[in-house]
Design a protein. Structure first.
Length: 271
């Protein structure tokens, strides 16, 4: 029996069962083959090809510029490195908001060409027709409420969302609606921990938090942030597990010194 056949793949059903069993769900982003392989081997339950690729891979200030073709490419790269985790890919800004036919077309491309197992889209009642259409086609949909970065120009800031009653009530009813529409899970980004707890206890699908406190059913972080590659980004919710920015710039500067000093390559490193 090959090693591969022993790996039990994570599915949307696994995540549902984990919520039921009160086992926390782990998710990280990845955008390339090498990282996806390490993240999968590290044991995360799900990998997100987030539109945050626009920020951390391409250097844009917002997530808006990334295209469906570009996210499909990143997804193809990740899929080749993953054996176990559930692969969820973001649908980018402009690929699902205008009408439900376009939303379905985008989701189908992401599944067929990208090889994702599910798609994630941002928003509540405003995009209900798109969610319904995609779910009805048999494509698992992860919702995303709270700070939805594709709406940054409407919000004006990246501050915590839903602190006021009216926005908190809308978020709560949107969460219930997403569950009714058939979403299999829901990302809650940058909202008060109490609200995330209330939502998580009120719906049967798993909530995955980022800056939403400890009572979500799971947690997600952007890989570059959690390994400390991205020094300029330090929100309160972020825990850095490494300082790779310092490690990598140190290694590069040592390499530069070694080459300049004709210390690299040495005899053993030459043919
Ligand atoms: O694009 C992304 O990385 C995300 C996560 C922050 C949830 O949407």
């Amino acid at each position: 029996m090959s090693v591969h056949s022993e790996i039990k793949k994570i599915t949307t059903e696994t995540l549902r069962k984990m919520k039921f069993d009160k086992e926390k769900i782990t998710m990280l982003t990845a955008y390339d083959y090498t990282t996806a392989k390490m993240v999968d081997e590290g044991g995360v339950d799900s990998i997100l090809i987030g539109d945050s690729a626009a920020n951390v891979m391409a250097g844009f200030e917002t997530t808006l510029p990334i295209t469906l073709d570009q996210l499909i490419y990143h997804t193809q790269c990740v899929v080749r490195g993953v054996e176990r985790a559930l692969i969820v890919a973001d649908l980018p800004f402009g690929s699902y908001q205008s009408n439900s036919e376009k939303a379905l077309e985008s989701a189908v491309r992401m599944m067929k060409e990208g090889g994702a197992h599910a798609v994630k889209i941002e928003g509540g009642i405003e995009i209900q027709k798109s969610i319904k259409k995609i779910v009805n086609a048999g494509i698992p949909v992860m919702g995303h409420l709270g700070l939805t970065p594709q709406s940054i120009y409407q919000f004006g800031t990246y501050k915590v969302r839903a602190k006021e009653d009216a926005e908190a009530e809308k978020l709560f009813s949107d969460a219930k609606l997403l569950e009714e529409l058939g979403c299999f899970a829901l990302v809650l980004e940058k909202i008060p921990a109490d609200l995330a707890k209330k939502v998580s206890e009120s719906i049967s699908i798993p909530t995955i938090g980022i800056g939403a406190g400890p009572d979500c059913d799971g947690q997600v972080l952007v890989y570059q942030d959690m390994v400390g590659m991205n020094q300029g980004f330090s929100p309160k919710f972020l825990r850095r597990y490494l300082d790779l920015y310092t490690e990598i710039t140190g290694a590069v500067s040592q390499y530069v010194k070694d080459v300049k000093a004709v210390d690299f390559p040495n005899k053993n490193e030459s043919y």
